[in-house]
Write a protein that binds this ligand. Sequence first.
Ligand code: GDP
Ligand code: MN
Length: 440
Amino acid sequence: INYDEYLGTVKDHANNVIEYVGDKIGYFGNSDTLQPGYVWENHYYDEETISQLLTRIDTPLFPEDQVNKANIRKTYQENLKLYRDTISKEIDEPQVEDLVRDNGSNFNAGNAVPATILSLVRNEDLNELIESIKQIEEKFNAKFNYPYTFLNDNEFTEEFKESVRHLLPDEREVRFGKISEEDWNIPEIVDKEKYKQGIELLESEGVSYASKESYHNMCRFYSRTFYKHPLLKDIKYTWRLEPGVKFYCDIDYDVFKFMSDHNKIYGFVLNLYDSPQSVKSLWKDTRSFLQDNPDYINEEGSFDWIKENMQKSVNFNITEGYSTCHFWTNFEITNLDFLRSEPYEAYMDFLESKGGFYYERWGDAPVRSLALGLFADKSQIHWFRDIGYNHFPYTNCPNSAKCDKRCSPGSFTPWNDLEIENCQATWMKYSMTDDDLNLY
Ligand code: GDP
Ligand code: MN
């Protein structure tokens, strides 16, 4: 081997994708000591089990003849009360023995989790991003020193990089990466005429961002591509951060360690209904994927949450079988092993072949949520009740002494007519055990 040449090739390649790299590579921690969290093993279900599973995912949670105005109203009131009662209960941290705390010095030197705070952003998002970084640093990361990774379909400007660096301690690892055109742009297989017609329909139905191609690119990227970026090669957990979000409460333990030590593959804070027009064929297509790949289905999946057809029965009807409940992915802490697994990747390839990221406006949130609801054990999905968070127009605000006064406990949104968009109660009822509910 000609090492110089080899090194040259590697560096050339790196230059294509890594615009700027801090000088502390090798600081991301060590996977060897971690629980795998998610390992895909084929279930090899027998015929009868397959037929039972498919029946479960075909059966609405409530019998269709019970879905009427009175029951919708009743369920909604019940859900609202359950949500408010739960979230206004005073809590502190997860009640487990092994929370890992900041020991005051050099926390991340050796045994940290290979994790990063991850943000896909545009240069013009800088000011709002700065607000998000300041808050996540103040409430969490100044104690734990996890690195940041910023991705962009354009080159980051010097101003952007300097401004971000300036916010953070010198020794903090910060990576800026570019997304290749191939990974970002609309793929060849998309029929341009069909795309145009799809958009026109969605526009007429008032679906937001329908005609914004970059938004479709973004949703597709966050669904099926981001975790393959070279900058995330050695990363096992990502905490997604968006510009303009707020963090209200001190987080005094290492949430990545918590995820790893407690075998969680996904952490979320908000759980919502989606715009059903944007995912009109997603469930139908998913259903046919499951027909061909029943072994991917997890018997402990969150089926009832997917099949809930009361609070927003109209969503369930438009999508022909999906509640549209989803984790709001602008906040998500993800074990990438799950995304890198056979079921997830096969599902992504299938969805890509259907073109729905463009013909409709499939969001990464419903896509990720269906994958989790179908292929993951619900006990591996964690509601971080203690992380006070806002992304306009929704808030997760616990009643905790760790929270500052900017949010009022229990308030989900200031707009009454948006309360119905909250699907958290459904998650609580059908996907959380008593132990989960009593964890805080
Ligand atoms: P919303 O939360 O659904 O309203 O969508 P956002 O506009 O917040 O976009 C979601 C995330 O993707 C944010 O972190 C944005 O900064 C990022 N994003 C959206 N569109 C683009 C884009 O065209 N290029 C880049 N680099 N980032 C984008
Ligand atoms: Mn956003």
